[in-house]
Design a protein around this ligand. Structure first.
Ligand SMILES: Cc1cc2nc3c(=O)[nH]c(=O)nc-3n(C[C@H](O)[C@H](O)[C@H](O)COP(=O)(O)O)c2cc1C
Length: 189
């Protein structure tokens, strides 16, 4: 791939809207996860880990999301529960990003979260580079007790959403609107 093709790949990246089977096989998944481990990381703390959900695991993920919603709100109507559950089945595979900070005198927690957040972008790009579609998703509640157990979350761990991965259905892509650099980029000379 030429440098200009690589630039186009980055500049035209789009999240997938519809993801179907097939999803990455084991070795492709491992290659994607390896790219997750290449993000900028002050002190090399690796303040993240991943939980992969696929197949019947998605039902457990769906139930955990409903449990989290119920614990947060006290009750949820059927429609809201169905909407939450559908999130787990929106793609054949999810890579959940767990923020897993370390106690460190030099590297504050915000830097560690910045690093962990980069993994979502990296995983998506890695999936795209291997021919799969991807989109980062979340569900709007704090992790509930069922999710904490399912993902084996320690007390200080949080989930930063997950990256849905699968085969992207053909679709019209709207071209990216260029960033207004006057507004978003200050250049000090
Ligand atoms: C942490 C995080 C959570 C997100 N959660 C959702 C979500 O639950 N639902 C959604 O439609 N988009 C969500 N997004 C946004 C999409 O991943 C995506 O960036 C957005 O649809 C814009 O598409 P694009 O990436 O092609 O520009 C989330 C993004 C981030 C960074």
């Amino acid at each position: 791939m030429s440098a200009s093709d690589f630039y186009q790949f980055l500049a035209q990246r789009r999240s997938a809207s519809v993801l179907i089977e097939p999803c990455p096989d084991r070795s492709t998944l491992e290659r994607i996860l390896q790219v997750g481990g290449t993000v900028p990381d002050h002190g090399g703390l690796k303040p993240y880990r991943f939980v992969v959900v696929s197949g019947e695991g998605r039902q457990k993920f769906a139930d955990a999301m409903v449990n989290a919603g119920l614990e947060a709100k006290g009750s949820l109507d059927e429609k809201k529960q169905a909407k939450l559950k559908s999130k787990a089945f929106a793609a054949p595979m999810q890579i959940v990003i767990v923020f897993s900070p370390e106690e460190d005198d030099k590297i504050p927690e915000w830097e560690q979260m910045a690093s962990a957040s980069c993994t979502g972008y990296a995983l998506g790009l890695a999936a795209n580079s291997l021919g799969f579609g991807a989109v980062w998703k979340s569900f709007g509640f704090k992790e509930g007790s069922v999710m904490k157990e399912l993902f084996q979350l320690r007390e200080n761990e949080r989930i930063l959403g997950w990256v849905n991965i699968g085969t992207e259905k053909e679709r019209e892509r709207s071209p990216r609107v260029p960033l207004d650099l006057k507004k978003f980029a200050l250049h000090i000379t």
